[in-house]
Design a protein around this ligand. Structure first.
Ligand SMILES: Cc1cc2nc3c(=O)[nH]c(=O)nc-3n(C[C@H](O)[C@H](O)[C@H](O)COP(=O)(O)O)c2cc1C
Ligand code: SF4
Length: 481
């Protein structure tokens, strides 16, 4: 098959102020429990990230990387909280760079969205902008003091410095999807009455101070991007919650952030994770949730409610109705947009779900906008970049399903892989407990063993095997000598 990438906008270099990316496809952030319990990194993580680099994406935005252990979502995620973490990330970045792929570290703090505390956090209450528990799991939290806010801001600055020392190509602030920075930004969550709450300006103060601190520590010449939820939809699926930030609020926040030194925006949606629109799915994977969600039940105080919701079929229906109300509405709007863009029926209604919001943000800032949410079909990606909805797209699940999406399909002029991601969200719901990978057995012709072999492939080689190999080579040499 001929390579038709020449002249294709997908393969046009993207230039941010301090970063050049060879094409317009970013691997979006995907978290999996690949690392050691104490937050040190592993060879498995390196194997995982290298797969995407080899598959042709221009840049990888890492998974959630805690700036401090108190801000972890779960154990077994590599952190960037101390100097001894730098060598691991340096090694990972060097491997990814071998494929001319850029690596951006997502600096993160969970705040109250601390899914599994782990032994280190077990007896501490999560910190947040608010004293109100999160509405999904019921994780208890308390509003941070001004002194604690200062401390967390300094953690972000130091983590950015470490990322730079590790040779990363930039950092991303995780300010979307309900984590600590969202908890300050969102009018649906932030109920403070001090300088960090109330008006939009006050709610944005925490994010702006983090950006300024990072700039103070690393200077102007290091790429810094900001993942933001364009619209909070904080009343989905829990209709009794406040709506949260509108698109207009987010545009103003982005303008302030651009002035403060942000180089690009990564546009997402939703004020919690997961959220009906992120990662969007045609339905909720109850059967998987009933098995894996037990790991999280003890995290919050809504244990009984959630156990019943996922376990009992009759309650699945109720939860499903609440969960998919917004999905259906958004899918209808998106289908209309696809029609206007001249897309064919091989582009599903859930693809590129945030492009309309991304376009509004892009119209109001002067830096590149990367859009996430449902992208899989090259025609749609090409179209939205060509028509100025965004400058690049980031992809998560369709790349988990086909890590070679760019090189094997897009670069050869094909819109879709042979076995596309079905957006079923089984990868997401498994990731709480099992290794991250594609768990839709229909993509493996119903062959469960084949699916598991693929999921487990990321564990090889392990560093132990490498050491073993080196040791046996040494032994052979000794025998030969
Ligand atoms: C298993 C899984 C883990 C994720 N982890 C993160 C994360 O650590 N940080 C983040 O910002 N988004 C995370 N996301 C959201 C994705 O980066 C992405 O924005 C979202 O899934 C929509 O893109 P998609 O439709 O291409 O999957 C995760 C998504 C999945 C499916
Ligand atoms: S399990 Fe596989 S098919 Fe389902 S959403 Fe995840 S990657 Fe896509």
């Amino acid at each position: 098959m001929t390579n038709t990438s020449h002249g294709d906008v997908i393969f046009r270099q993207l230039e941010c102020r301090n970063l050049k990316v060879k094409n317009r496809i970013f691997r979006s952030n995907v978290s999996g429990k690949f690392d050691n319990y104490d937050g040190s990194g592993t060879q498995t993580r390196i194997n995982w990230e290298t797969k995407f680099a080899r598959g042709g994406v221009g840049a990888i935005v890492s998974s959630y990387v805690p700036v401090h252990r108190s801000g972890r979502i779960m154990p077994n995620y590599a952190t960037l909280e101390s100097e001894d973490r730098i060598p691991f990330w340096r090694r990972l970045v060097a491997e990814v760079h071998k494929y001319d792929c850029r690596y951006i570290l997502q600096l993160s703090h969970s705040g109250r969205q601390r899914d599994q505390a782990g032994v280190e956090n077990q007896f501490s209450t999560a910190v947040s902008s608010t004293n109100s528990k999160d509405p999904f799991h019921g994780i208890l939290c308390r509003a941070m003091s001004a002194q604690e806010i200062k401390e967390v801001i300094s953690w972000f600055g130091q983590a950015a410095r470490r990322a730079r020392e590790a040779g990363a190509d930039g950092v991303e602030l995780h300010a979307a999807n309900g984590y600590l920075i969202t908890q300050f930004l969102s009018s649906g969550i932030n109920d403070r009455t001090d300088d960090y709450g109330g008006s939009l300006e006050n709610r944005a103060r925490f994010a702006l101070e983090i950006v300024k601190e990072i700039r103070r520590v690393v200077g102007r010449d290091f790429h810094l991007q900001f993942k933001i939820s364009a619209v909070d939809h904080n009343d989905a699926p829990f209709f009794y919650e406040k709506k949260g930030n509108s698109l207009r609020d987010s545009i103003q926040i982005c303008q302030w952030l651009e002035q403060a030194g942000v180089d690009a925006f990564h546009v997402s949606t939703g004020s919690m994770f997961p959220h009906p629109l992120n990662p969007v799915a045609p339905s909720f994977p109850y059967a998987t949730a009933a098995r894996t969600y037990e790991t999280m039940l003890s995290s919050g105080v809504l244990t009984l409610r959630n156990y019943a919701l996922f376990r009992y079929r009759i309650l699945n229906g109720l939860f499903g109705w609440l969960w998919s109300r917004l999905v259906k509405k958004k899918a209808r709007q998106n289908a209309e947009l696809h029609k206007q863009l001249g897309m064919g029926s091989d582009v599903t209604d859930l693809e590129g779900l945030n492009v309309a919001e991304a376009r509004e943000i892009r119209r109001n800032v002067n830096i590149p906008v990367i859009c996430t949410g449902g992208f899989q079909n090259a025609s749609l990606i090409r179209k939205v970049i060509d028509e100025g909805f965004c400058d690049a797209v980031s992809i998560a699940r369709p790349l988990i399903a086909n890590t070679d999406l760019v090189n094997t399909y897009f670069a050869k002029g094909r819109d879709l892989p042979d076995r596309p991601c079905t957006h079923c969200n089984k990868c997401l719901v498994n990731a709480i407990e099992n290794p991250l990978g594609c768990y839709d057995v229909s993509r493996f012709d119903g062959d469960y063993q084949r699916m598991i072999t693929e999921v487990m492939s990321v564990f090889h080689p392990t560093s132990f095997e490498e050491q073993d190999e080196a040791a046996s080579l040494e032994e052979v040499r000794r025998h030969v000598a």
